[in-house]
Design a binder for this molecule. Structure first.
Ligand code: GLU
Length: 309
């Protein structure tokens, strides 16, 4: 499936990419330049914990209260959205902030949140099996998924885009993918859209977008496709090596995944999102995280309180 390449060029590219990845991991720019922008911990809002909050109608909330902590599904390799520091194990990013503000509204102290990394393809199963209480990780709300899980939100509107190397001049949009190799995550909506609408592209799937980015930098694929919010983060961390091209070609409303039948939890999270959008926490959280990849804070999309399952 992967295209063959000139071994010498390939090896050189792999070396360059290896160096770049090491620099990315160390949080440094090229040539020892200052560290790239990271989430600003001091700019993050402090979410007021609603200590008297009760939600006995919610099976998920009741179980978490008894257990004494929340288990929240997230991503760990998406810059400015959901990142796990390999040394400390601490998660950060816009999705993580959304998860923390939701926890505070549900009456959980910050130290009683345990994040758990779940890949795109495993989100529905994790919610169905009760492995996690809710999920916040670039999770598009759509009708197919609504048959399996519930969604609070949306809390952000993304759109599908393309990430290429800066030396790429042929790809400007999905129409240019014919004969090219494009990488996305298994079980994601961007993967499905390329498979359905751009069958002339050679599609490669991995568990995560960071593996796709490794493959892009080592010339194994020509493009990475997923939400612009994710791609802009990768590009912002290595602007000399990668760029986002063209305009978004889908709408990806991000929701908080909950167990499908837990309408009480879904309602409570929708209330909490609305309150945090009103009191300025949403904007502050955005500016301290996802905003660092370049785009100013948008107006959040309206909450969709669709009828109970
Ligand atoms: N938002 C898209 C999805 O839910 C792509 C990002 C992801 O895989 O998390 O499939």
């Amino acid at each position: 499936m992967l295209r063959t390449r000139n071994t010498r060029t390939g090896r050189a590219a792999a070396l360059v990419a290896g160096l770049l990845l090491a620099a990315l991991a160390a949080g440094c720019g090229k040539d020892g330049s200052p560290p790239v922008k990271g989430p600003k911990a001091e700019a993050l809002p402090v979410y007021q914990v609603d200590t008297g909050f009760e939600l006995p109608e919610s099976r998920t909330w009741t179980k978490a209260k008894k257990r004494g902590y929340l288990v929240v599904g997230a991503k760990e390799d998406q810059p400015y959205l959901g990142e796990k520091d390999p040394a400390s194990g601490i998660y950060s990013g816009f999705d993580i902030e959304i998860a923390r503000m939701m926890a505070a509204s549900l009456g959980f102290e910050p130290k009683t949140i345990r994040f758990r990394t779940i890949a795109s393809a495993n989100r529905e199963t994790a919610l169905q099996n009760g492995q996690i209480d809710y999920y916040v990780g670039t999770y598009t709300i759509n009708d197919m998924r609504k048959k399996l899980v519930g969604f609070a939100g949306p809390y952000y509107m993304a759109g599908q885009g393309l990430l290429v190397r800066t030396d790429e001049n042929d790809i400007h949009g999905p129409q240019d993918l014919a004969g090219k190799t494009v990488c996305s995550a298994a079980g994601s909506t961007p993967y499905q859209r390329i498979a359905a609408d751009y069958p002339k592209a050679t599609l490669v799937a991995y568990d995560t977008y960071s593996i796709c980015v490794d493959n892009l930098l080592t010339y194994q694929v020509d493009a990475v496709t997923t939400d612009d919010a994710i791609l802009l983060g990768f590009a912002a961390k290595a602007p000399d090596e990668m760029k986002v091209v063209g305009k978004p070609f889908s709408q990806e409303p991000y929701g908080i995944g909950v167990p499908r039948d837990d309408n009480a939890l879904r309602d409570a999270l929708n209330d909490a999102l609305e309150a945090n959008e009103k009191n300025g926490n949403w904007k502050k959280a955005y500016e301290a995280t996802l905003g660092l990849s370049g785009a100013p804070a948008p107006t959040p999309p309206p909450i969709d309180r669709y009828p109970a399952n």
